[in-house]
Design a protein around this ligand. Structure first.
Ligand SMILES: Nc1ncnc2c1ncn2[C@@H]1O[C@H](COP(=O)(O)OP(=O)(O)O)[C@@H](O)[C@H]1O
Ligand SMILES: Nc1ccn([C@@H]2O[C@H](COP(=O)(O)OP(=O)(O)O)[C@@H](O)[C@H]2O)c(=O)n1
Length: 228
């Protein structure tokens, strides 16, 4: 079973999807990690992040891996046979500020979307939660469970501020609003598409958010069993 989850920065998609996947015995594919790794790779190769051809050239030569269960581990081989562990590097604030520049290119998105579908198809897991910005609409529009996770900008900034030492709430709020605005030029992750369930986590704690997703998946599993 495929569970598609989208949402803006700090809505809880990654952490909630991971915990829900664990409870369900499913894998988890964090698609943002690939865009982050691509931005990291572009900087590492001194490529122009705004030039789609330069970014596509990296996709032609790199080898990207990500774990679908257990602790997340992400590696990038830039073509020289060395698999760099970028798990921590791609979470750095500097990388977050650059990702929208590589994710804005339509051919880059097409290539990564094909990679995401391949990773899921080859996983041989009973289910995979796949989370990002355009999973419910572009990557897996036919997924039996599709969720848009939201929270107010202030709540999202508060959650992120807890992770980013040294930045004020105002700085974090300004950063995520700027990134969301740039990302939203390419994909709409603020309004649920037809058939997508909205989960607003503004007034939910972490456990309640996880439970909301697990409940939606269990209801879909029951409905599928009944129709068999
Ligand atoms: N419902 C929630 N209530 C409180 N904290 C949450 C909730 N959901 C997520 N968090 C915390 O907020 C932070 C950002 O969540 P994350 O999953 O990284 O968001 P996203 O992937 O949407 O950017 C994490 O530290 C996470 O533990
Ligand atoms: N499906 C996706 C996932 C991420 N992204 C891009 O990757 C960036 C990082 O995504 P992320 O999910 O790791 O970001 P957070 O919401 O965790 O901060 C986003 O700001 C988008 O630019 C995307 O364009 N499409």
């Amino acid at each position: 079973m495929l569970v598609a989850i989208d949402g803006p920065a700090g809505s809880g998609k990654s952490s909630v999807s991971r915990a829900a996947a664990e409870q369900l015995g499913f894998g988890i594919l964090d698609t943002g990690a690939a865009y982050r790794s691509l931005a990291w790779a572009a900087v590492e190769s001194a490529a122009d992040l705004d030039d789609p051809d330069a970014v596509m050239a990296i996709l032609d030569t790199w080898t990207y891996t990500i774990t679908l269960h257990g602790p997340q581990r992400v590696t990038v081989d830039l073509g020289d046979g060395v698999a760099h562990d970028v798990t921590a590097a791609i979470r750095q604030h500097a990388v977050s500020g650059l990702v929208s520049r590589v994710s804005q290119h339509p051919p880059v998105r097409d290539r990564l979307n094909a990679m995401f579908r391949r990773i899921v198809a080859e996983s041989a897991l009973p289910g995979v939660v796949i989370e990002g910005r355009d999973i419910t609409t572009v990557v897996a529009p036919d997924a039996p469970v599709r969720v848009l996770m939201t929270a107010t900008a202030a709540v999202r900034a508060q959650r992120r501020a807890g992770e980013l030492a040294g930045l004020t709430h105002e700085q974090v709020l300004a950063d995520i609003e700027a990134r969301d605005a740039k990302d939203a030029l390419v994909v709409d992750f603020f309004t649920p598409a037809a058939g997508v369930t909205l989960v607003d986590t503004s007034d939910l704690n972490f456990e309640q958010s996880v439970q909301a997703v697990v409940d939606i998946v269990r209801a879909a599993q029951c409905a599928a069993e009944e129709s068999e």
